[in-house]
Design a protein around this ligand. Structure first.
Ligand SMILES: Nc1ncnc2c1ncn2[C@@H]1O[C@H](COP(=O)(O)OP(=O)(O)OP(=O)(O)O)[C@@H](O)[C@H]1O
Ligand SMILES: [Mg+2]
Length: 766
């Protein structure tokens, strides 16, 4: 269905005449974010009043006028006369009545007239002097180099790669036929934006006549990578009048609670979670309250008989099913560089009478914009934190002896997590639970309940940012061990929004500690913490988008011999997005695509599915297993697990890492089994049993872990930790670095004031 929809959407753009007529209403052509973005047609907007002060407005004679029918060109004003319905591009740039009436008096500078005159002229009729010729050549050189012209040319399907050639041919055509009054005008303008603007419509007429095949070819390519107007991809949802309720507020303010109340009251509902762990929590909670609810994640399907409700991970939600109520949790994730598209798709495509969005205010403006486009009704409910967070100004002063019962120490790498755990258990009487991204959700839950349970000695939690989202834990105080983390390239400060999210874990309503405290391990980090907590939520201006398989397939038809990886690159280069969206990153997908290049016999769809499998791309063992799964699949062999069960719990960090990898591989197997035909991955039950046992072994191992952390690949850069993805397999933090003991060094290097001097005394509320 989606494919046919997209095809019809694409074919509606085929008529070149319409492209010409709608010249100014074409959406912006977009590739990768550009640090110096070109001035695009969409930025110029209707009437071309340029935002860029360096560009002059169109000269009066060149003001755009539109001659297509209003229905085919909605942004254009209605035609003035019947004659105007000629869809000529150059004519579209005219329209100044005074200029028309003066036409008979003086030779016209109307672009269409100039173009016709050039066409009619005999090549030998123009004899420019050498100096005149040279001055015109300069004007045309300027035009050929004009970023503005090249960018505008894209909107009429003249690719940037083709523009220089077209501009050269245009120059040859023009110079030999240039009438004296046009020469006089151009010579007066000289190489300038004004000259570019004068030449451009004539250039377009020239190209349409000279290069129709090239233009058509590029148009087909661009249309197949058209990601503009994504709300039109979901006609069923568009046919509905949906009511969107935005539960907008900070952490621990009851957003999810209230949305879930509506979810449970409804006759049918879907809850979309950012994490498997949260989907499982909602599944358990809702069922325990007597509402039958199924579970659907990439790895598991638990179908509860008679259930009309389902808790799923956001990537797994279907836009085919009709629901009374849908809940999309952590809606601000729409702006996530990698996964944002899943939230965007859910918001645009869910077929539910009522959709509850839970999140901070950062995407409120974007949601308003989207609702305007979709025609949905939007209601915004604002929330306040149940209890304010209190910042403890004393900090832990760099001493683990200041750790207290109910503390959650937050560190941003696996290595640090184990170092902290080791130190706390060595220097204090406390015992630590740990939560980090590479642990299976089952183990994280086991560690969370061990920590939440007041009747045992495990009263301190050491965690990565994996605790940041949604989890309700009995945390009295969040202590940031550091506030910098490795971003895959270098150490960076943790973003304020993330600091807030994590700090919000302290003092949850209904927990053993309803009054939340937050502080840092080092005094020197305190100022940055306060700065983050006091910062208002940053408004998001773009949200993520990613093509469906059908769109990639359509695009692939243009490049029959390209590899999948090349295809993804070409799609990124050529795709068209409007200003509210960005194309989500797919570095991991490309890495897998590269590895799978040598596997023959996979269809494009199969390759697409394998490339999206949840795999830690930095773990060679996991990558090896994925390659093996794909190879066996491509040979029509039943895909086996080919991995032994570990003998027992881990005795050292290497064994712990091995357990983590094994669980990830099984998780990947299960994911693939749900994305391919059942008989191709026949050992699902075995994989589930093994995964369950390994999660248990991991829990046992963590309870007694008292060793120094190792790296997965000795000698090489250490393994990147995985956090917070649907499959909890996304790299975010590096271990092999010399962590600055405090941010103060970074501040000093930047020549800023030394933090830590202003708040040495009492606690205060944020
Ligand atoms: N009206 C209520 N009655 C009882 N408990 C509530 C109520 N509202 C919220 N809670 C409890 O307060 C805690 C925090 O609520 P909730 O998880 O909905 O917050 P949130 O705003 O979604 O936070 P986050 O942004 O961290 O996800 C939960 O344990 C929830 O069960
Ligand atoms: Mg919530």
């Amino acid at each position: 269905m989606a494919a046919s929809l997209l095809r019809s959407h694409s074919s509606s753009r085929l008529a070149l005449a319409r492209v010409r007529a709608c010249l100014s209403s074409l959406p912006l052509l977009h590739s990768l974010p550009d640090p110096n973005p070109p001035i695009l047609r969409s930025q110029l907007g209707p009437g071309f009043s340029p935002q860029n002060p360096s560009l002059p407005p169109f000269p009066p004679w060149a003001k755009p006028r539109f001659f297509c029918s209003p229905s085919s060109c909605p942004a254009a004003p209605a035609p003035a006369t019947a004659q105007d319905s000629d869809c000529s591009t150059a004519a579209a740039y005219t329209g100044d009545k005074a200029a028309v009436s003066e036409e008979s008096a003086s030779p016209s500078l109307d672009p269409l007239d100039v173009y016709r005159e050039l066409r009619r002229a005999d090549e030998s009729s123009t004899r420019l002097k050498r100096s005149e010729w040279n001055s015109l050549v300069k004007v045309f050189r300027g035009f050929a180099k004009s970023r503005w012209a090249s960018d505008q040319a894209l909107a009429v399907y003249i690719p940037a790669s083709f523009f220089p050639h077209a501009a050269r041919r245009f120059r040859e055509f023009f110079l030999r036929r240039c009438p004296p009054h046009v020469f006089g005008h151009l010579a007066a303008l000289g190489p300038s934006p004004e000259a570019d603007r004068f030449l451009f419509p004539i250039f377009v007429e020239f190209c349409l006549a000279e290069f129709p095949d090239e233009i058509r070819q590029f148009q087909t390519l661009i249309d197949s990578a058209d990601l503009t107007r994504p709300h039109t991809w979901f006609p069923f949802a568009r046919a509905m009048k949906r009511r969107i309720v935005y539960h907008c507020g900070p952490t621990n303010s009851g957003k999810t609670y209230n949305a879930l109340q509506r979810f449970m009251e409804a006759g049918s509902g879907v809850y979309c979670s950012p994490l498997r762990l949260l989907a499982m929590e909602v599944f358990d909670k809702v069922n325990s309250l007597g509402v039958y609810c199924s579970l659907q994640t990439g790895q598991e399907k638990k179908l509860v008989p008679f259930s009309n409700h389902v808790a799923c991970t956001i990537e797994m939600v279907t836009t085919e099913q009709l629901y009374d109520v849908a809940v999309i949790d952590e809606i601000q994730m729409m702006a996530d560089p990698t996964r944002g598209y899943a939230w965007t798709r859910a918001l645009l495509g869910l077929k539910a009478d009522e959709i509850h969005l839970c999140g901070d205010p950062s995407v409120l403006k974007m949601v308003k914009k989207i609702c305007k486009e979709t025609g949905d009704e939007l209601e915004v409910n604002h929330y306040e934190r149940f209890k304010p967070l209190v910042v403890e100004a004393k900090t832990l002063l760099g001493n683990f002896k200041n750790v207290r019962s109910g503390d959650c120490i937050v560190a941003f790498s696996r290595r640090e997590i184990f170092e902290v755990k080791l130190a706390i258990e060595k220097f204090t009487k406390h015992k630590c639970c740990v939560i980090y991204g590479a642990l299976p959700p089952e183990t994280r839950r086991q560690q969370a309940s061990l920590f939440n349970d007041q009747g045992n000695e495990y009263d301190v939690l050491v965690a990565s940012d994996a605790v940041g989202m949604g989890l309700n834990l009995n945390i009295r105080r969040v202590v940031f061990y550091s506030l910098s983390k490795y971003n895959g390239d270098k150490m960076v400060l943790v973003a304020p929004s993330q600091v807030k999210q994590i700090a919000g874990r302290a003092g949850r309503r209904g927990s053993a500690y309803p009054d939340g405290l937050v502080t840092t391990f080092l005094l020197d980090d305190l100022d940055y913490l306060i700065e983050c907590l006091q910062q208002p939520f940053e408004e998001v201006t773009k949200v993520g988008l990613f093509p469906f398989f059908e769109q990639v397939e359509l695009f692939a038809a243009q490049f029959p011999i390209a590899t999948f990886c090349e295809l993804l690159d070409k799609f990124r280069e050529n795709c068209r997005l409007d200003g509210n969206y960005f194309l989500c990153r797919h570095d991991g997908v490309k890495k897998v695509a590269n590895m799978l290049e040598k596997v023959q016999g996979l269809s494009l769809e199969e390759r697409f599915n394998f490339c999206f499998a949840p795999v830690n791309i930095r773990d060679p063992k996991a990558m090896y297993h994925l390659l093996r799964f794909a190879t066996h699949y491509s040979q029509n062999r039943p895909v086996g697990i080919a991995m032994g069960m570990p003998k027992g719990s881990a005795r050292n960090d290497a064994e712990l890492l091995d357990l983590e990898t094994k669980h990830q591989v099984l998780s990947m197997y299960l994911w693939l089994s749900h994305h391919f035909k059942e008989d191709t991955f026949p050992y699902v039950q075995k994989a589930e049993t093994m995964a369950f046992s390994i999660a248990d072994l991991l829990g046992q191992s963590l309870a007694k872990a008292c060793w120094k952390p190792e790296s997965r690949s000795q000698g090489k850069p250490r393994r990147i930790e995985e956090e917070n993805s649907q499959d909890e397999l996304k790299p975010v933090a590096e271990e092999s670095y010399d962590r600055p003991r405090s941010l103060i060094k970074a501040y000093k290097m930047k020549g800023q004031d030394q933090p830590g001097q202003h708040h040495p005394a009492g606690n205060f509320v944020v």
